[in-house]
Design a protein around this ligand. Structure first.
Ligand SMILES: Cc1ncc(COP(=O)(O)O)c(C=O)c1O
Length: 289
């Protein structure tokens, strides 16, 4: 069955959903997006996704075209018009159709789209054995002047870094900035466990405040694990006892190899496995199981 999508006030078949070539999202990446996971009909931490969307919109002076409550309704309505209880929702908000070469005008109205696809997770083997990643020097970029990375639709840096990682058969590339700091993956945040302390790069102009990252930090702290959000280097990563990546689709994904070399024991570590279990419990609690 063809997916039904939401576009600017209408629910239409995916093939009928058309956006102007003058849309600023298409022309300049002048847009924000969110990727959300639906478990048994419930959007996981929708509140945190909407908080991040609103923060991003504020930072780029974009007025969202609908209220928070209406966006929630639109997301669930689009989900309900499609099949399956486990899904991934992609919401995109662009600045809208503008006059090329000009700054946007006061009457430029944003384009809002919602697309739902069935969830198909990574192979089980990735969780059982862990995955390889690559470190990609000088690849992390920031949007000038912003103190915190936003989830903008301008993803070229991430796409180029991911291409390099893919050529090395890695599932993600960890972007490093020109100061030598480890930032985040191209589609994930990174965590390092060393001597019982869990560290992750602090959110800043280069590092996205991942929703999964936030949930994992809370779960780890509740389990009594010491957590640090700090500046990190490539050495911190390769010398870690355990590593894992987080994102909405992967949840917590163990990493066992960096740039072709085994890290830690070369197997998914016990802390990573324990956190994965806590994460599953957190999902069950959200969906009321
Ligand atoms: C650059 C980047 N960092 C981190 C993440 C993880 O964010 P979340 O946990 O909200 O999915 C993503 C997700 O796609 C991302 O693109």
């Amino acid at each position: 069955m063809e997916p039904v999508v939401y576009l600017n006030g209408k629910f239409v078949a995916l093939t009928d959903a058309k956006v102007s070539i003058l849309d600023r999202g298409f022309c300049y990446g002048d847009a924000l997006f969110e990727t959300m996971r639906v478990y048994s009909g419930k959007i996981f931490h929708l509140d945190l996704h909407l908080d991040r969307l609103e923060r991003g919109a504020d930072r780029i002076f974009m007025k969202l075209p609908e209220t928070r409550e209406r966006i929630q309704e639109i997301l669930y309505e689009t989900f309900n018009r499609n099949q399956g209880a486990d899904a991934v929702i992609r919401m995109t908000v662009t600045r809208g159709v503008g006059v090329l070469g000009k700054l946007w005008q006061a009457d430029t109205s944003p384009t809002l789209s919602v697309y739902v696809r069935p969830y198909s997770g990574p192979p089980d083997e990735w969780y059982q054995n862990g995955v390889p990643i690559s470190l990609i020097p000088n690849s992390a970029t920031r949007l000038g002047g912003l103190p915190e990375q936003i989830k903008s639709a301008n993803y070229l840096s991430q796409i180029l870094a991911r291409k390099q990682a893919d050529e090395q058969n890695s599932v993600d590339g960890i972007m490093i900035n020109e100061q030598g700091e480890v930032c985040d993956g191209t589609i994930s945040n990174i965590f390092v466990m060393k001597k019982g302390v869990l560290s992750t790069p602090a959110v800043n102009g280069y590092v996205l405040a991942g929703v999964t990252r936030q949930v994992v930090l809370k779960l780890a702290a509740e389990a009594g694990t010491a957590c640090k959000e700090r500046s990190m280097t490539a050495d911190d990563v390769v010398q870690g006892d355990e590593l894992f990546l987080t994102n909405t689709g992967w949840e917590i994904l163990p990493v066992t190899c960096v740039d072709g070399k085994a890290v830690g024991s070369g197997r998914p570590g016990p802390m990573t496995q324990a956190l994965r279990q806590e994460f599953r419990k957190c999902v069950d609690a959200e969906i009321g199981k």
